[in-house]
Design a protein around this ligand. Structure first.
Ligand code: FES
Length: 119
């Protein structure tokens, strides 16, 4: 696993979620109750961007249909999503935010678009 610098601390104020990239990997980076979290930017329900969502007491709420995910574990804690989102380790040091990813994370979490159903 390699930690990559994604932002200055001031770019993610308390209560905000923003989109950043680690190479091709798109992340939602959020600060809630003073702690910075990094997750996949894609909701597991229908791929809406979590960086367009909202932080609430329990975690991050998708703006499309209201699913809520735990920021530490990625577990869905409010439906309709039932599959966890990917979470990544974060280090905040010297005013900078670093996100830890593996080569497999980058390979599996790169930009994507919803696939059209062909049935
Ligand atoms: S796409 Fe996120 S709740 Fe539906």
């Amino acid at each position: 696993m390699v930690f990559h610098r994604v932002a200055r601390s001031g770019q993610v104020p308390e209560g905000y979620v923003r989109r950043f990239y680690v190479g091709e990997l798109e992340c939602a980076v959020a600060r809630l109750h003073g702690t910075v979290y990094a997750t996949s930017n894609y909701c597991t329900h229908l791929d809406c961007l979590l960086s367009s969502g909202k932080l609430i007491d329990d975690g991050i709420k998708c703006s499309c249909h209201g699913s809520v995910f735990d920021l530490e574990t990625g577990d869905p804690i409010y439906p309709p999503a039932s599959v966890p989102i990917q979470v990544y380790p974060v280090r905040e040091e010297d005013g900078e935010i670093h996100v830890g990813v593996t080569a497999a994370d980058v390979a599996s979490g790169g930009p994507r678009r919803r696939q059209l159903r062909r049935d």
